[in-house]
Design a protein around this ligand. Structure first.
Ligand code: SOE
Length: 389
């Protein structure tokens, strides 16, 4: 039987638009068992000429300006929102109104209120929704999840996570949209803590309460002359104010009694994309570092005393999650593969009518933690995480 085709319209052609394009392009190549196959119909963005260039480069059939046409077109089934955070809600509402399935970049929106509007819209439309917490589909992270579920670490006690980058360490780096509150919502917090909050929920459980601190080290920066790549840009002469956090750290209590520490910063010199976590349990621990993403470290207290020690699992065996799509054992994969894995789950969700995970409810729960941390920074108090939806 012919497979269902899912005709995709992508809004946003920059860094994430490129990563998502790769997901659609490669999913059926890597995973012949995928239940629905994406068709790369239309790519859109703010500039028509650029949209045309990226359509040709990434392999989209056609291009347009703005998001309206993609949301309204009769021959599009899925709208992919790969734009800046301030437009997620608006595009989501337009897409849902037109009955489109939705794949949305993280963080889901600018606030919990916006997330709730988006959930109301997709529930009313009865469409499939997914949020791009792509690190869940790193094979080593998915293996960690299986190990936790099998009880291989016992009762979780500590989740310790950092997401460390250094791409804005230079005070002359310009004021890109990610440094402006009205466009990004927050800085390192929403951009990086969002990922490790999601990993905390995925591996350890739901949050109970948080207590945080935030700092902005460089308060003014040159204005933007041109964005030259995903995380690179050229500065213009005049200066403007940075209105987001450069670093946010917080303590957390989980509902299951475990405790956690979280740190997100773009000022961790020498760390290009250091997403690390460690989960310690009563019987064992697991440890992950994105910069060695094919490996998962595991310590078991069940090993005989004399032989206890950390072992490194090379997560490239055909039995490991998602690896069947790629290469023989030992032939490692990279960061871009997580976007193919996300699309694999999304296509299967659309084909079966079952929401994939992580979806908009996960986006909302993550946003609730982000906001609770912000409230805690303001009040200098512990804050309960509430998700009253
Ligand atoms: C920039 O900090 C960024 O590209 C994030 O926006 C992504 O979500 C993260 O995966 C890598 O770094």
């Amino acid at each position: 039987m012919a497979k269902k085709k899912v005709r995709v319209g992508l809004v946003g052609y920059m860094f994430m638009g490129k990563a998502h394009s790769l997901g659609y392009r490669d999913v059926a190549f890597a995973f012949p068992d995928v239940k629905a196959v994406p068709v790369m119909k239309e790519i859109s963005g703010l500039d028509g000429e650029e949209a045309r260039i990226y359509a040709a480069r990434y392999g989209w059939e056609r291009s347009s300006v703005g998001y309206e046409r993609v949301c309204e077109a009769k021959d599009i089934d899925l709208v992919d929102i790969s734009t800046g955070n301030d437009s997620h809600r608006e595009i989501c509402l337009a897409a849902a109104r037109n009955g489109k399935h939705i794949f949305c970049e993280k963080p889901m929106a600018m606030s919990v209120v916006e997330c709730k509007d988006m959930i109301k819209a997709v529930e009313k439309a009865g469409v499939i929704h997914m949020i791009d917490f792509n690190y869940r589909t790193v094979p080593a992270v998915a293996l960690a999840k299986q190990m936790v579920e099998k009880g291989m670490i016992g009762t979780p006690y500590h989740f310790r996570a950092v997401y460390l980058q250094d791409w804005i360490i230079d005070p002359e780096f310009p004021l890109v949209w990610r440094l402006q509150k009205d466009k990004a919502g927050s800085g390192a917090h929403g951009d990086l803590n969002a990922h490790i909050i999601d990993l905390g929920r995925y591996l350890c459980g739901e949050f109970d309460s948080v207590c945080g601190m935030m700092e902005t080290f460089i308060k003014n920066r040159p204005l933007l002359a041109a964005q030259t790549g995903g995380l690179s840009a050229e500065a213009a002469g005049d200066m403007g104010a940075v209105t987001v956090d450069d670093a946010t750290l917080f303590l957390a209590k989980f509902q299951n009694g475990a405790v956690g520490t979280f740190e997100a910063t773009r000022f961790a010199t020498g760390n290009r994309n250091g997403n690390h976590f460690e989960l310690n349990g009563s019987d064992g621990s697991i440890r992950f570092n994105l910069e060695r993403m094919n490996e998962l470290e595991y310590f078991s207290r069940k090993d005989k005393d004399a032989y206890q020690g950390w072992k490194t699992i090379l997560v490239t065996d055909p039995t490991h999650p998602y690896i069947k799509g790629w290469w023989p054992a030992g032939h490692i994969i990279g960061w871009q593969h997580t976007f193919v894995h996300q699309v694999y789950n999304l296509m299967n969700g659309i084909a079966t009518g079952i929401n994939p995970s992580p979806n908009f409810y996960d986006g909302l729960k993550c946003q609730a933690v982000l906001e609770a941390v912000e409230e805690s920074v303001e009040t200098e108090q512990w804050v309960k995480v509430k998700v009253d939806y």
